[in-house]
Design a protein around this ligand. Structure first.
Ligand SMILES: [Zn+2]
Length: 395
């Protein structure tokens, strides 16, 4: 059984040890040591990283009650020196202890119980068994949590028996059988926990609630502690500095400046829409029935079909007695709109059916207006001709 030095001294950064077993499983090479400062993933806390004899430790897991240090190459049996990625571990300890404090305050002051905890590479969250949190509650919990930090309270751990556990009123029943490790923050929290924590609440540094969202029938609260919180603050600073420069406004007026830009954008979009409508009307005014063919025909290239439809409607309104066929083509792909004016004869669904058959296409419409698209490898003139013949047959 490996001696868990991370429990005896959570601040131990390196140690000498002996590899007592070296093997390989489906996850890769692993070593079992006689004693270790590497924390294996568990209780919401990720595994430690670091090196053993300069060989990279990529994961640490408890498998069949032994702690396996997974490395990117095999380690020989015998004496080694093991060293943690201390920045990573300290970060985990700050987030984990911060979670204890937050969960205790949410529970004690507002009866909101923590159902799970997630410590991700970027974000840290707890899930609370309630449907909503007010801004006042949110601000109050954050204030009280930071007061716990400032009170410089000891974080202690102790092992107790299963019988002793049942006599205690724990926030959450322990998830394991046998001796239980109790983590106690003076006057704030007493909880069964197998993770690593700093020795004093002051070492958490700071607790900042970031955001919340509805999740799994409850509320998920995102927060950051210690160095992570300051790193996040730095990112926000860099973002606001950039916005101050781009929008040429002081921080306090960024929101106002952004709103002004959005309003201007909306007004511009409205103007563009009006100008486009005017352009389409002008374009439609230039289109008229071919004196010989009697129809209005036009090929537009790869033009947005919505515009072609709009143009067809305007043109048909200008020429109540005429029928039209507009094509938008892109290589062998062809989309088409056929329409007739209010006084013209015929049902557009009949030529439409013919065009769809010729292009192996799909489409639909009514008696006045039809649209569709497919593939056509022949000259487009053939489509216009078929359209005109179809109209003739209607008369
Ligand atoms: Zn813990």
């Amino acid at each position: 059984m490996t001696t868990k030095l991370y429990y005896e001294n959570p601040k131990l950064k390196k140690t000498n040890a002996a590899v007592v077993r070296s093997d390989k499983d489906e996850k890769g090479y692993f070593s079992v040591l006689d004693q270790t400062c590497f924390y294996p993933e568990g209780g919401g806390q990720p595994a430690d990283a670091g090196v053993i004899n300069k060989v990279k430790v990529v994961d640490v897991q408890t498998v069949d009650q032994e702690i396996r240090h997974y490395t990117d190459q095999p380690l020989p049996l015998g004496a080694v020196s093991a060293e943690l990625d201390w920045e990573r571990r300290w970060d985990h300890m700050q987030q984990h202890a911060g979670q204890h404090v937050l969960s205790a305050i949410f529970d004690d002051h507002y009866g909101m119980k923590t159902s799970s905890f997630h410590l991700g590479a970027e974000r840290v969250s707890i899930d609370l068994d309630i449907h909503d949190i007010t801004k006042e509650q949110w601000m109050d919990v954050e204030k009280k949590a930071n007061e716990v930090i400032q009170r410089h309270l000891q974080i202690q751990s102790t092992w107790i028996t299963a019988e002793e556990v049942s006599a205690l009123k724990l926030r959450k029943p322990p998830a394991v059988d046998g001796p239980i490790r109790l983590v106690i923050i003076d006057g704030v929290d007493s909880n069964a926990c197998g993770g690593t924590h700093p020795l004093n609440t002051a070492e958490i540094g700071a607790i900042k609630l970031i955001s919340m969202e509805k999740s799994k029938g409850g509320m998920r609260v995102y927060f950051l502690c210690g160095t992570r919180a300051f790193r996040y603050f730095q990112q926000l600073l860099e973002t606001t500095d950039e916005l101050v420069r781009q929008l040429n406004a002081p921080v306090q007026e960024l929101n106002k400046a952004a709103m002004a830009i959005l309003q201007e954008k909306a007004a511009n979009e409205k103007t563009i829409k009006e100008l486009n409508a005017g352009l389409l009307e002008a374009e439609a005014a230039l289109l008229s029935p071919d004196p010989e063919k009697g129809t209005i025909e036009k090929v537009f290239g790869n033009r947005a079909i919505k515009e072609v439809q709009q143009l067809a409607k305007l043109t048909a309104a200008n020429h109540p007695g005429a029928a039209l066929l507009f094509l938008a083509t892109n290589q062998e792909e062809v989309r088409f709109v056929c329409a007739r004016g209010a006084d013209a004869d015929g049902d557009m669904r009949i030529p439409l059916k013919e065009l769809l058959a010729m292009t192996d296409g799909k489409g639909g419409g009514n008696a006045q207006f039809g649209q569709g698209g497919g593939v056509f490898a022949q000259p487009v003139e053939n489509l216009f001709e078929a359209f005109r013949n179809s109209l003739k047959n209607l008369q």
